[in-house]
Write a protein that binds this ligand. Structure first.
Ligand SMILES: NC(=O)c1ccc[n+]([C@@H]2O[C@H](COP(=O)([O-])OP(=O)(O)OC[C@H]3O[C@@H](n4cnc5c(N)ncnc54)[C@H](O)[C@@H]3O)[C@@H](O)[C@H]2O)c1
Ligand SMILES: [Zn+2]
Length: 429
């Protein structure tokens, strides 16, 4: 195992998760669930694409039957920016006060709801709370409103996590707001709401699930950190026995459903397994953390030039989160293999029990990943989304800013290591 040797090793890890209601029809009980909180006026946050499926309005309508006044805000931006979050916060402040918030949508709507919740319960402005050094890194002083998160994609796990991800346009960086109070009070995961996800979204969001599971499973173990004081504890502890269990199960569920859900979106069994995989992976990475593929994803998404992925809003160029994570994953796991060969082998077996193990064990996991990516139509490397060799230094610079994520990598990562991973990811097959 490549070398972390803390003087005073950590012996404690933590586990946090929201209350969870899972299953077909779970979203039909939200009106009742909210009525139990005493809420009288509730804001439903969504984006225009999800609003068009009718699900957010159906959720709002149930509340009315319990005497709760519900308002739908459908202005969440797909992949939120500081400007889009500000717009949502201004709207919510102007039309409030609210007793509770419900997010119906993918990570974009859920993260928008987290920011709205924070800034309708606490003073100050968005940038005060954004992680340092981009923002002020302030912690909320007041408790937030109850937030029910209802994912309609099978991807981010944002319904379980303590972060809100945003693109700070002026600084060309993606970063987050991270605090335990941001975690939704309840996650309602209803696979029926995911049936309308287009194939391109299912593929990209599904790669996000896969990388959450794989990165937490291969993350630096919690005992390899120096022991923390109670006030220093962070939600991300590194790989630990509880997160490992969720990650392993998420990978097995993906093996049984990912290709099927992309090929036939109406396959209810596959959709159910994908929804469970997303939830399980969220519970894993939400406590262990992610590393190199996610760190690379931030500049890959943030510095996009002119790529327009199929099945996403066509008005602006974007590399969707799950796609931006996937594009360097095969090379990242080739690089981390020697830090823990057994975990990389086990992950490959879980993700594709039928794949033959190559004679060079380091090739096993990258091979399983690229075979899957080809089958579900993920672009062939960062070259296919518009990057060239001359962009590598800027991308490396952007990744190096994600030290919070790189700190969970299973071995030290230098600028040269990242340049190698990114260059070899220009095309993958
Ligand atoms: N907070 C976290 O823990 C966390 C973790 C990972 C990613 N993220 C963030 O989440 C965002 C990505 O979220 P996502 O991948 O879930 O997708 P998304 O919310 O960005 O949605 C993608 C597209 O799919 C559409 N869509 C969603 N559900 C649909 C449905 N059921 N039917 C039809 N269309 C549907 C949306 O309208 C949108 O056009 C990124 O901003 C990413 O950075 C957050
Ligand atoms: Zn992710």
């Amino acid at each position: 195992m490549a070398g972390y040797s803390p003087a005073n090793p950590e012996s404690v890890f933590t586990y946090g998760a929201p209350h969870l209601k899972f299953g077909h029809g779970a979203s039909e009980e939200i009106g009742y669930d909210l009525s139990q909180t005493g809420a009288k006026r509730v804001l439903v946050v969504t984006d225009p694409g999800v609003a068009a499926t009718g699900s957010p309005q159906r959720v709002a309508d149930q509340m009315t039957t319990f005497g709760i006044e519900a308002h739908v805000f459908d202005g969440a931006h797909v992949e939120p920016t500081d400007e889009s979050l500000q717009f949502a916060v201004d709207w919510a402040r102007e039309h409030g006060p609210w007793d509770a918030i419900v997010a119906v949508g993918g990570g974009s709507s859920i993260d928008t709801a987290k920011a709205v919740n924070l800034l309708t319960t606490n003073s100050g402005e968005l940038m005060d709370y954004v992680n340092k050094p981009v923002g002020g890194g302030r912690a909320p002083e007041n408790p937030l409103h109850p937030l029910i998160a209802v994912p309609t994609t099978t991807g981010t796990g944002a319904e379980s996590t303590t972060i809100c991800v945003l693109d700070v346009l002026s600084q060309k960086v993606k970063t987050g707001i991270s605090h335990v109070r941001l975690r939704p009070t309840m996650a309602v995961v209803d696979p029926a709401l995911t049936l309308t996800q287009p194939a391109g979204v299912t593929a990209a969001a599904g790669m996000d699930i896969l990388c959450h599971a794989l990165e937490s499973y291969t993350a630096r173990g919690y005992t390899t950190f120096e022991r923390k004081q109670p006030e220093e504890r962070v939600p991300y502890c590194g790989a630990n026995p509880i997160a490992d269990m969720w990650s392993e199960k998420a990978m097995s569920l993906l093996a049984e459903s990912f290709r099927e859900a992309v090929r036939d979106g109406s396959d209810e069994e596959a959709r159910g397994r994908m929804a469970m995989a997303a939830t399980f992976a969220g519970m894993g990475f939400g406590n262990a953390g992610v590393h190199i593929p996610h760190a690379n994803a931030y500049p890959i998404a943030g510095r996009v030039k002119d790529f327009h992925p199929k099945d996403y809003p066509a008005d602006e160029p974007m590399v969707p989160h799950g796609m931006s994570v996937a594009l360097t994953a095969p090379e990242a796991f080739r690089f981390t293999f020697d830090a823990n060969p057994e975990r990389h082998r086990r992950a490959a077996q879980l993700l594709d029990p039928r794949a033959d193990e190559p004679s060079d064990a380091a090739e096993y996991l990258p091979g399983v990943l690229t075979a899957l990516m080809r089958d579900i139509d993920i672009p062939n490397g960062i070259g296919a989304v518009g990057y060239e060799e001359s962009d590598i230094p800027d991308l490396v610079g952007g990744t190096m800013k994600q030290q919070r994520l790189l700190a969970t990598a299973p071995k030290d990562v230098t600028e040269d290591d990242l340049a190698g991973v990114l260059t070899r990811s220009l095309d993958l097959w």
